[in-house]
Write a protein that binds this ligand. Structure first.
Ligand code: ADP
Ligand code: TRP
Length: 336
C-alpha cells in the first residue's frame, strides 16, 4: 500500500511567525517521512482581506522559501502555488453552489474578520472556507495538519464533501473523500505576546504581539523584554489565571526541545527576570538555522522557480483528475 497523503497551506500575507511554525510547518516536517505531502501557498485566500498587489508574488516566494528553510524535503513533499492550479477555483465554484449560506455565516473566522472590515466586507471573505474545502478535496488527502483555529473549516470541508456525495454520488461510491484534521496538542495554539488570551496572528496590528521567523536577535530580545507577564514569582503551566505564563513556558518547552515536566521543574522557582533572557536565547538559537537557510534559498530565485514549476505539475496531475470526476458527476460535458 502507498503512503497516506497530507495537504496543508498558509496564506502569504505578512511575515510568518512562531504560531505558523509551531502550529503548522514544524508538524509538516515531523511527519513528512511517513506521508506523501502536498504543501501550498494559499495566495488566492490573500485577497479576502485588503491586499497589496505589489507584494503578493514576493510574499508567495518568501513563504515557499520558509517551508524549505524549516526543513520541508522535496523528496517527500510537493510545494506549489494555489493560483497556479486553476482547478482550485473551478472546484470552488461548484462547491459554492451546493453550500448553504448559513453554514458560512456560522464560521468564527468569518465573523471575526468581518467585524474588523466593517461595512466593506467582500463576498470572498464569506466564501473563503469553500475555496479552502476545494483546496483540500482536490487532493483527496487522508489528513490535514493545521493549527486549532482551522478545525471549524475542516469540519465544514467534510460537511460539503458529504453533501456533494449524498446529492450526486451513487450509494457506496462517494465522489469526494472526507479528510481528517490532524491537530497536535502542543503548539496548536500559540498565543500573542501582548495578550495571552488571543492567538498570535499575522493580522494583529501590533508587531510586539508576535515573533516572526525572520526577526533579528535584537528584535526577538526586544519583543520578549516587552511581552506581557504577571507579578507572580514561580512559573507554572496550565493556571487559567496566568495565560501569559502558560504560553511563554510552552514556547520555551517546544523551542528548547524539552519535556513539559522538565521545564516545569526548571522554572518552578524562577522569576521573569531570569526566565526572559533564557527564552530569548533559546528562541534566537532555534531560529538561527532557519534564517540562514532561508536567506540562501531566497538568493537563488532560479532554484525556487524550478521547485514551484515542478510543484505545479505534480499538483495539477492530481487536482485535474478529481475535478474531472466531480464535473462528470454533476453532469458537465467533457471539453472536445
Ligand atoms: P494567521 O492567523 O497568522 O494569519 P494563517 O491563518 O495563515 O495565520 O495560518 C496558517 C497556519 O498556521 C494554519 O495551519 C494555522 O492553524 C496556523 N496558525 C496560525 N496562527 C497560529 C497560532 N497562533 N498558533 C498555532 N497555529 C497557528
Ligand atoms: N485558511 C487557512 C488559514 O487561514 C489556510 C488554508 C487555505 C488552508 N487552504 C487550506 C489550510 C487548505 C489547510 C488546507 O490558515
Amino acid at each position: 500500500m502507498g503512503k497516506q497523503r497530507v495537504l496543508s497551506g498558509i496564506q502569504p500575507t505578512g511575515d510568518l511567525h512562531l504560531g505558523n511554525y509551531l502550529g503548522a510547518i514544524r508538524n509538516w516536517v515531523e511527519i513528512q517521512r511517513d506521508y506523501d505531502s502536498f504543501l501550498f501557498m494559499a495566495d488566492l485566500h490573500a485577497m479576502t482581506v485588503p491586499h497589496d498587489p505589489a507584494a503578493l508574488a514576493e510574499s508567495t516566494y518568501k513563504v515557499a522559501a520558509t517551508y524549505l528553510a524549516c526543513g520541508i524535503d522535496l523528496d517527500c513533499a510537493t510545494i506549489f502555488v494555489q493560483s497556479h492550479v486553476p482547478a482550485h477555483t473551478d472546484l470552488s465554484w461548484l462547491l459554492t453552489c451546493i453550500t448553504p449560506l448559513n453554514w458560512l455565516y456560522d464560521m468564527v473566522q468569518y465573523r471575526e474578520k468581518a467585524i474588523k472590515q466593517g461595512e466593506n466586507v467582500g463576498a470572498g471573505l464569506l466564501c473563503y472556507p469553500v475555496l479552502q474545502a476545494a483546496d483540500i478535496l482536490l487532493y483527496e488527502p487522508d489528513k490535514v495538519p493545521v493549527g486549532e483555529d482551522q478545525k471549524q473549516h475542516l469540519e465544514l470541508t467534510r460537511d460539503i464533501a458529504a453533501r456533494l456525495n449524498y446529492q450526486f454520488g451513487k450509494e457506496n461510491q462517494p465522489i469526494l473523500k472526507l479528510p481528517d484534521p490532524m491537530i497536535r496538542k502542543e503548539g496548536a495554539r500559540v498565543m500573542s505576546l501582548t495578550d495571552g488570551t488571543r492567538k498570535m496572528s499575522k493580522s494583529d496590528p501590533s508587531e510586539l504581539s508576535r515573533i516572526n521567523l525572520l526577526d533579528s536577535p535584537e528584535e526577538i530580545q526586544h519583543k520578549i523584554k516587552r511581552c506581557k507577564t504577571d507579578p507572580i514569582r514561580g512559573l507554572t503551566f496550565d493556571d487559567p489565571e496566568r495565560p501569559e505564563c502558560n504560553n511563554l513556558l510552552t514556547l520555551y518547552t517546544i523551542l528548547s526541545n524539552q519535556t513539559k515536566e522538565a521545564v516545569a521543574e526548571e522554572c518552578r522557582e524562577m522569576g521573569w527576570g531570569q526566565f526572559k533572557p533564557l527564552l530569548t536565547e533559546t528562541a534566537i538559537a532555534a531560529l538561527k538555522p532557519i534564517q540562514d537557510k532561508y536567506h540562501a534559498i531566497m538568493a537563488d530565485k532560479g532554484y525556487l522557480e524550478s521547485v514551484l514549476r515542478q510543484g505545479r505539475e505534480q499538483a495539477e496531475a492530481i487536482a485535474n483528475v478529481t475535478l474531472a470526476k466531480v464535473k462528470s458527476a454533476l453532469g458537465y460535458s467533457t471539453p472536445l
